[in-house]
Write a protein that binds this ligand. Structure first.
Ligand SMILES: [Ca+2]
Ligand SMILES: [Ca+2]
Length: 227
């Protein structure tokens, strides 16, 4: 067989070209594969290293307003069901008593939670809390907060010498915090001690805000940022 027989039809030329391509690509493929196995190409999840850790937050908010007289109570409920991790749950009560002329006789509020309907209640850091505060405007009243993910702040940080799976194990809510968060708010109305007192001020408006801060963990190898 001479060289003419190798290339005497277009089909034989095509087969020869395909063989050449295979001879070049095959060694290249096997030279590259060990890099993937070592985690040098794709960065396997088991590799330790430096990571930029961030939290992409999405708040779930429920707000209601209640007008309450002295000693009145109001039960408020917040049903939480999230596919994402829950960083924290917050209950904020705001009020601003401007009914009384002059200083003094400022109204107040107090509240106590009932977390018996929450997954993880009393198993760790999801414990009932109470609070109180004056209705002096701005960020007055009181705020209760529970970290569902332990030590959650939402602030970015750099983790050194740990694997991706170790970070993901440390930053998740463990499936806790789902269920019905409840609290009872009680109004404390103060008015001048005169027959007209209750006409001057007999109630207060309370703004009740529940927030579930959910998040997605964002991990980037620190080396890639520096490059
Ligand atoms: Ca008052
Ligand atoms: Ca008032």
């Amino acid at each position: 067989m001479d060289i003419q027989d190798l290339f005497d039809t277009p089909r034989k030329i095509g087969m020869f070209s395909g063989s050449v391509a295979f001879l070049i690509l095959f060694p290249a493929y096997f030279a590259w594969m060990p890099l993937v196995d070592d985690g040098m190409v794709s960065g396997g999840s088991g590799a330790s290293g430096d990571w930029e850790v961030g939290f992409a937050e999405t708040p779930i908010v429920l707000q209601e307003t209640q007008i309450l007289g002295d000693g009145d109570t109001h039960d408020t409920f917040f049903d939480v069901a999230s596919e994402m991790n829950i960083g924290y749950i917050e209950l904020d009560i705001d009020c601003n008593d401007n009914d009384d002329p002059g200083p003094g006789f400022t109204d107040g509020a107090d509240g106590v939670s009932d977390l018996s309907g929450v997954e993880g209640h009393s198993s760790g850091h999801i414990e009932d809390q109470s609070g109180d505060g004056m209705c002096s405007g701005g960020d007055s009243g009181f705020t209760l907060r529970w970290d569902v993910t332990a030590n959650y702040s939402g602030a970015n940080f750099t983790a050194s010498g740990v694997s991706e799976s170790e970070i993901r194990a440390a930053w998740n809510d463990g499936g806790l915090g789902r269920g019905t968060w409840a609290a009872t708010i009680t109004a404390d109305i103060s008015s001048p001690p005169s027959p007209l007192g209750s006409i001057v001020d007999s109630d207060e408006e309370y703004e009740i805000t529940w927030t579930a801060m959910t998040y997605e963990l964002i991990l980037q190898p620190a080396a890639e940022l520096a490059a």
